[in-house]
Design a protein around this ligand. Structure first.
Ligand code: ACO
Length: 322
């Protein structure tokens, strides 16, 4: 039986940070409001000339180093992002070229904040069937380029970044199970109103913004994140006490706390980076993973659960031994 396992992790965050104090000078808000409602203290913001693929390349280089493989070893790239450089070609092909990775399958997945979990789930299946050996999987966003900086409802929430892993075949898990889902019924609660076949002319005019019903998103997010965490444990005959670390999508500290409470997990076992990264959408889980791997909290052999939720709504979990 072939499984896939994470052989290395990496991350990259743009240099520029935006604190809550900075936002106080931009919109009518306060550090106190933002921290109380979201837990966020600061977020990273890409510069004008930085592209999402640039962030991906830096995160990927760190992941390759930690897996002890080179660009020549990579035989497929899977990227989850909502903010690609271009409409086409897809961002994975741009990363492949920038990194000097030999010609290979290049997938880009758009599943909003669930993008990385969708991407790693697909990569896992290719490895399990024996087709691929060294797969680069990335979650990345420059979502701040979609932000209306006059809209205090949303501009305080988001940040930019990229996280990457190298997946390799293994005789033992590795990834134990993945569960994905989506329900387009919830589109109106969270969406960006510009696309190729819908109002493309508005793109770049600065009059579009993320449309979000914050309270409704909050409620569905908590319900979904907790039920899919339980689904992953139940499917494998495990209980919450078996888990070493929950790595949830980092949207909002209150969503994370409410989810942990519903599944009966102490916050000591939850990796939290939302305070310093903000909501980085598809990048949030691989960023949090790399932070906790590099600071020594996550150790080989530990049981981890990725728990993601995003616009669509989309959702997904990955249960794995690190
Ligand atoms: N600063 C100060 N006041 C603000 C701000 C701000 N940045 N934004 C909104 N307010 C005001 C509102 O106008 C409202 O004022 P009013 O009472 O006079 O009308 C008041 O604060 C309370 O607003 P609520 O929306 O009720 O605040 P709530 O406690 O629900 O918090 C929040 C809002 C943080 C958006 C919350 O609903 C939330 O986190 N929702 C989840 C949304 C989310 O995470 N989206 C990210 C994308 S989805 C994902 O990643 C899963």
């Amino acid at each position: 039986m072939i499984y896939s396992r994470i052989a290395g992790t990496g991350r990259y965050l743009p240099e520029k940070t935006l604190t809550n104090a900075d936002l106080e000078n931009m919109v009518e808000t306060s550090d106190e409001w933002i921290q109380t409602r979201t837990g966020i203290r600061q977020r990273h913001v890409a510069s004008e000339d930085e592209l999402t693929s640039d962030l991906c390349v830096e995160a990927a280089k760190a992941a390759l180093d930690s897996a002890d493989v080179t660009a020549e070893d990579i035989d497929a790239i899977f990227v989850g992002t909502t903010s690609p450089d271009l409409i086409f070609p897809n961002i994975a092909t741009i990363i492949q070229h920038k990194m000097g990775i030999p010609a290979c399958p290049c997938y880009a997945t758009e599943a909003a904040c669930t993008g990385f979990v969708y991407a790693i789930s697909a990569a896992d299946k290719f490895i399990r069937c024996g087709d691929l050996k060294n797969v680069l999987v990335i979650g990345a966003e420059i979502i701040t380029k979609l932000i209306d900086w006059n809209d205090r409802d949303t501009c305080v929430l988001f940040g930019d970044g990229a996280g990457a892993v190298v997946l390799q075949p293994s005789d033992e898990p590795g990834i134990i199970s993945t569960h994905l889902g989506a329900d387009g019924e919830y589109k109106e609660l969270l969406y960006y109103p510009v696309g190729v076949s819908n109002d493309l002319a508005a793109a770049g005019l600065g009059d579009s913004r993320i449309m979000m019903s914050g309270n409704d998103v909050f409620k569905v997010a908590v319900k979904t994140l907790s039920s899919i965490a339980q689904e992953a444990l139940d499917a494998n005959g495990l209980t919450i006490d078996d888990l070493d670390w929950l790595i949830p999508h980092q949207a909002n500290l209150r969503i994370i706390q409410a989810t942990a409470k519903r599944v009966g997990l102490s916050m000591d076992k939850v990796v939290q980076t939302v305070q310093i990264h903000g909501n980085t959408s598809a990048a949030s889980i691989p960023l949090a993973l790399d932070v906790a791997v590099r600071d020594g909290r996550i150790k080989p052999g530990q049981l981890l659960l990725f728990d993601a939720f995003g616009g669509g709504f989309t959702w997904g979990s990955v249960l794995l031994r690190f």
